[in-house]
Design a protein around this ligand. Structure first.
Ligand code: CA
Ligand code: CA
Ligand code: CA
Length: 150
């Protein structure tokens, strides 16, 4: 999912003109996590991520729920993507005024893209507001639906 280095080609600036160009390959260390995580939801159940921040959006039985995916995406710095297959995702974990996506609405705390299977196929059934972006750059809707719905 991530890679720590990037192959870079670097040419010395101090070469005299007219000489054969010499290219040197060098490894350049980048941030630990440069590739956005992609979570593929595989359950309709409203379950929580048992270990936010470990790179896996897994509930207690190892499934990836929408809520677990949002929790893990929040725990990982940077943009992430969640793929939602067709189905109705009923948010059943009641809890007003909770802002970590573990209860109630799905609090999106950083950049996140959700892809559904189409407006009439992927449905998030809400308790109150199903998704509450906490930042201006948060949620975008799927590219595969011209209406901009799930
Ligand atoms: Ca996790
Ligand atoms: Ca994130
Ligand atoms: Ca919440």
């Amino acid at each position: 999912m991530s890679h720590n280095s990037w192959l870079a080609i670097n040419r010395s600036r101090h070469e005299p003109r007219g000489t054969a160009r010499r290219w040197r390959l060098q490894l350049e260390t980048l941030e630990d996590r440069t590739v956005p995580a992609v979570f593929n939801v595989n359950t309709l159940l409203d379950t929580v991520d048992v270990n936010p921040g470990n790179g896996l959006a897994q509930d207690a039985v190892g499934n990836t729920s929408l809520r677990a995916a949002v929790m893990e995406a929040n725990a990982l710095a940077g943009a992430d993507t969640i793929n939602l297959p067709a189905g109705t995702y009923a948010l059943t974990r009641v809890g007003a005024n909770e802002n970590g996506a573990a209860l109630g609405d799905l609090d999106v705390l950083d950049s996140l893209t959700l892809f559904g299977a189409g407006r009439d196929s992927t449905i998030i059934a809400q308790i109150d507001a199903p998704i509450s972006p906490a930042t201006a750059s948060s949620t975008t809707c799927p590219a595969n639906d011209p209406n901009g719905s799930m």
